[in-house]
Ligand binder design. Structure first.
Ligand code: GLN
Ligand code: ZN
Length: 763
């Protein structure tokens, strides 16, 4: 009999209950007891909805982050939060969020500010975890309390509990040695605590423990491969059965290593990796459990159940009760319940499955394997009908778009002339001073702006009044920028609540959920738009606003667009064609907008690619393929313009070393990047590469309320000029200013402009 189980459930709640409870607790508006009670009730509800499974994950619920939870379990919180008296939960949030000195004073019993733990992307998802910190003297001590409490709760509810922990090798690999010591030297000490933890769980009568080791789908050098063998040979003595769970891709060259770990079971991602699984089967020991992740835990489409069964049935026949089924990864990465969606178009809705629906699919598969397909005939038929409707829908396929993509040739992505020629023409037209100043696009999104946008969406503010309200905001920001003396202006993005959603809403081929939230980090969630069909642009999306803004000033006004790669990476995208193809469709739509802006007299156009780096595959061997089509897509979007039109791009991160050749390949006239916190060292990558075009290194950390001084900006730019010829430098903030207040923005930009003047004079 096939066992079905789940690797993890979204913790934020169908209505983002956890988000609101956390934020109210942090503000001091609700008690710790209230937060704990909410946590317990969410867990209870989530377990209830997983009742039909043979094994239910326990312990993956978290008030902030599962990696930080593991750090607590292992007694590995950073040294700087030791010695605080008071509540352990407070200490947990202190690592998660940091605490300023002022707010520490408001919380009695705390003794000063403390820096937050570093946060970084969880593999190639949009979830961010708190990076464990190590030094050569790190020690570990077991604190099983959280797991034991949740286990007891689950037991009381009659849940068939499978505790979930992060495995020792992945935990070490994801952490950072603060003193550059060798993390692997900590493995023996770490394993002692893991052994104690497993022993404690065994003492509770636990049978299976899920040990997440997703690092197994990445390239591992010999030391790390060895660490796997060492770790699991030592943990072999545990009195519980271990299910080593891998996900987010295929094992490939780690297949043999994973198959032969001395554990009772292995979970692998079988979505899109059927060949890899078949190869694994040939070397997988018969006595071990193989769990196949056959339902996509990363996307929102219904599974093709018949296709999965066609593939699974022979495997099931061969493996009998040693075959388990599950979603490919934790369902943390999808929204909770499609049933909540009341406004989604019925046809599109019939193609989708959120977490609860995915678990239903799992049940259907299990029934089909146990009792034959006939036992779930209706469910299979309705699934097949949904898939057929999606395949046949004229809303998905648009022949004109497909023809346009097929007609793309190399010329489409190329500028008419090289950078040097273009730069001369642009200089003649734009007449900018040395060290030109600009901003990245958005200005503060005030309560007034949000209110107007909200009222417009709700239908209580009519379109003309809305337009007037937005124009007033644009006029205000143009006026402020002129008064500040900035050189290249922006319209301020008042009409956008989100840089992807704004474009998605105007493109054909996109749908939007009401409650499709996915946790990004802590209490922060994103609601990715759903890209379901061929992408086309019925009409211009930004021209009216930008043209209005340009009409108010003689200074050049930047047209402001989101690039195709970023739109792709921040959406739920279709699974019925390669991402690269979807990206090309987006590129053609943005290209049309670029050309319309140019036609309307806009001479500078910025195309943001904030998420280009995020899309990098986990395996380096696959980077080139991705970067090639990503850069191609950008070039198609940007490069149809005349030489005189200046193309900017913006990326709000800073690790460029390993992708600098591709960044240069985009051939934007100007790139603005985030650099202020790195003291300009990040420009070394550009310097070493002899990056040929213009660069605006950020001089103002927009994440902080601090106002950078003129002297500090001059100092940063002086450092920049040691790396990049001054003639190719721009001065700008790190990123958009939408999360800041005008009171902060005005003095900061004023200092920035003053710094530019000082530098020009000195030159
Ligand atoms: N133009 C956008 C803004 O200024 C860029 C945001 C981003 O890079 N994340 O808000
Ligand atoms: Zn940015």
């Amino acid at each position: 009999m096939t066992t079905i189980h789940n690797l993890g459930f979204p913790r934020i709640g169908a209505r983002r209950e956890l988000k609101f409870a956390l934020e109210s607790y942090w503000k001091g508006e609700s008690s710790r007891d209230a937060l704990n009670a909410l946590g317990a009730s969410l867990r209870q509800r989530h377990w209830e909805s997983q009742q039909g499974l043979d094994l239910v994950p326990v312990g993956e619920f978290s008030f902030y982050d599962q990696v930080l939870d593991m750090s607590c379990t292992l007694g590995n919180l950073p040294q700087r939060v030791h010695g605080f008296h008071g509540d352990p939960l407070d200490n947990y949030f202190r690592v998660a969020r940091g605490r300023s000195t002022e707010s520490a004073e408001r919380h009695q019993g705390c003794c000063g500010g403390v820096a937050a733990g570093e946060m970084t992307k969880w593999f190639d998802t949009n979830y961010h975890y708190i990076v464990p910190e190590f030094t050569s003297t790190t020690t570990f001590t077991l604190d099983p309390s959280r797991l034991l409490e949740q286990l007891a709760e689950a037991r009381q509810q009659g849940v068939k509990a499978k505790p979930v922990i992060i495995g020792p090798v992945t935990y070490l690999a994801l952490g950072k040695a603060k003193d550059d010591s060798d993390k692997l030297a900590l493995l023996p000490a770490l394993l002692d605590v893991y052994a104690q933890l497993l022993d404690t769980l065994a003492g509770q009568g636990v049978e299976w423990v899920q040990v997440d080791e997703p690092i197994l789908v990445t390239e591992l050098d010999q030391d790390w491969q060895h660490a796997f063998n060492l770790a699991y040979h030592q943990l072999k003595a545990a009195r519980v059965k271990l299910l080593v769970a891998t996900y987010f891709g295929q094992l490939q060259e780690n297949r043999y290593l994973a198959a032969n770990l001395p554990v009772a079971g292995l979970h692998v991602d079988a979505v899109g990796g059927q060949e890899d699984v078949l190869a694994l089967l040939n070397l997988f020991p018969d006595h071990k459990v193989l769990s196949l992740g056959v339902i996509d835990g990363r996307n929102i489409w219904k599974t093709d159940l018949v296709a999965v069964l066609d593939w699974l049935e022979p495997i099931a026949a061969r493996r009998g009760d040693k075959l388990w089924l599950a979603p490919s990864c934790s369902l943390l990465h999808v929204p909770v319940d499609l049933g909540s969606e009341q406004q989604l178009d019925a046809e599109i809705k019939s193609w989708l499955a959120f977490a609860l629906q995915k678990l239903d699919e799992l049940q259907v598969l299990a029934h089909a394997l146990r009792g034959g397909r006939a036992s779930v005939q209706d469910a299979l038929a309705s699934n097949a009908a949904s898939l057929a409707s999606r395949r046949a829908s004229t809303r998905v396929t648009n022949p004109a778009v497909q023809q346009a993509v097929a007609a793309i040739d190399a010329g489409l992505g190329a500028r008419k002339s090289g950078y040097v020629q273009r730069a001369a023409e642009q200089a003649a037209l734009l007449k900018l001073p040395a060290y030109p100043t600009t901003t990245i696009g958005s200005f503060p999104q005030t309560a007034q702006i949000r209110q107007a946008r909200g009222a417009f969406k709700a239908g209580t503010l009519d379109p003309d009044d809305y337009k007037r309200a937005m124009q007033e905001e644009i006029a205000r920001s143009v006026c402020e920028q002129e008064a500040l003396g900035l050189d290249v202006l922006v319209h301020g993005e008042a009409e956008r609540n989100d840089m992807v959603e704004y474009f998605g809403e105007q493109l054909e081929g996109y749908a939007f959920s009401q409650f499709g939230w996915v946790q990004s980090y802590g209490s922060r969630c994103v609601k990715p738009p759903i890209l379901f069909g061929d992408i086309s642009r019925p009409k211009a999306m930004t021209v009216e606003w930008i043209a209005y803004a340009q009409s108010l000033t003689d200074k050049p006004m930047k047209g402001m667009l989101t690039g195709p790669v970023t739109i792709l990476n921040w959406s739920f995208v279709r699974d019925d064609q390669p991402r690269s193809l979807t990206c090309k469709q987006l590129a053609l739509a943005i290209r049309a907008e670029v050309l319309d802006l140019e036609q309307a007299g806009v001479r500078v156009i910025q195309i943001d690619e904030a998420a280009l780096r995020e899309g990098l595959p986990l395996r380096k061997s696959q980077w080139k393929t991705y970067l090639d089509w990503a850069v191609d897509s950008f070039r198609i979007a940007a490069n149809g313009v005349q030489d005189q039109t200046q193309i900017h791009t913006h990326m709000c991160y800073s690790e460029f070393n390993d992708i600098i050749a591709s960044i240069a390949g985009m051939d934007a006239d100007v790139i603005t990047i985030e650099t202020s916190r790195s003291d300009m060292e990040l420009l070394d990558a550009f310097d070493d590469f002899n990056y040929p075009n213009e660069i605006g290194p950020g001089v103002y950390d927009i994440h902080s309320p601090n106002i950078p001084s003129q002297a500090h900006i001059v100092e940063l730019m002086t450092k920049a000029a040691q790396r990049i010829p001054a003639a190719r430098l721009w001065i700008n903030p790190d990123c958009g200013l939408k999360t800041r207040q005008w009171e902060e923005v005005l003095p900061a930009l004023s200092n920035m402009v003053a710094a530019a003047r000082e530098l020009r004079q000195a030159a």
